[in-house]
Design a protein. Structure first.
Length: 256
């Protein structure tokens, strides 16, 4: 069986509450050796850590404040993130970043929260997992001021241009490819063939962004091989090669 890693899965989400055990069993059957879980805000921490505790070595937690959770009280949220980072090890600082899709009200606060959390990643020598929905260039500009030759991480749910992909790779970051790669109008069919293997990791972002033919339904880690199938069609390699490369990349990044 091929070995896969899902580098971004909200498996603790309420949408999995009724069948979480079965969902994780399907993931194992599909070859998922590890599932990395990004935090969102104070409300997700307990559920995320419970999943990690119940699935030691299989489900691994990150710690961060999601940009969509950056509101007026973001400093209190960041205080909680900082306290957890000081308390115990995490795989990464994430999910952090910026988002201009829903609401631009707290844009300045989003940028401040991002910069603060990048500072913590440097302090604890952790990778960062970046959300940049409709704000890719803005996030790249923010990140550019923080680069120190050691900072690394993932631009999760990558759906940008080849030029943006090359810029991310030049920064020493990975591209998280997920269900969007299977969407006809994503434009990724014009980008993925030109990506270097050493810059790719796989993710689902479940329960969101399920790949075709499950688009519009709940996503789950067991769908990683479906995403992989689309990528190998575009890259003209075998599933075994992609599994080996992306698993190695994820393990190198997270040190797990």
């Amino acid at each position: 069986m091929l070995n896969w890693i899902d580098t971004h899965a909200h498996i603790y989400n309420d949408e999995f509450k009724s069948d979480q055990t079965d969902t994780l069993a399907r993931a194992r059957e599909a070859g998922l050796s590890k599932i990395f879980m990004p935090n969102e805000d104070h409300a997700s921490i307990d559920a995320m850590l419970e999943v990690e505790e119940s699935n030691r070595g299989h489900c691994i937690a990150m710690m961060g404040l999601h940009p969509c959770s950056v509101k007026k009280d973001f400093e209190k949220e960041l205080y909680l993130v900082e306290s957890w980072l000081a308390k115990r090890p995490f795989a990464a600082v994430g999910e952090i970043g910026t988002d201009l899709h829903w609401d631009k009200t707290f844009w300045e606060q989003q940028k401040e929260a991002f910069n603060i959390q990048v500072g913590w990643a440097k302090k604890y020598r952790l990778p960062i997992v970046i959300h940049s929905r409709e704000s890719m260039d803005e996030t790249l500009a923010l990140l550019d001021t923080q680069l120190d030759g050691k900072l690394t991480g993932i631009f999760h749910c990558f759906g940008g241009s080849l030029a943006q992909a090359k810029r991310i790779a030049d920064m020493g970051f990975y591209l998280g490819l997920g269900g969007v790669a299977t969407y006809k109008k994503s434009g990724l069919d014009q980008v993925i063939p030109f990506l270097e293997f050493e810059n790719i990791v796989l993710e689902t972002d479940c329960p969101y962004l399920a790949p075709v033919p499950h688009r519009g339904k709940r996503n789950e880690p067991a769908y990683i091989p479906i995403i992989a199938q689309k990528i190998i069609e575009l890259k003209k390699i075998t599933l075994g090669e992609l599994a080996h490369i992306t698993t190695l990349n994820a393990e190198r990044l997270f040190g797990k």
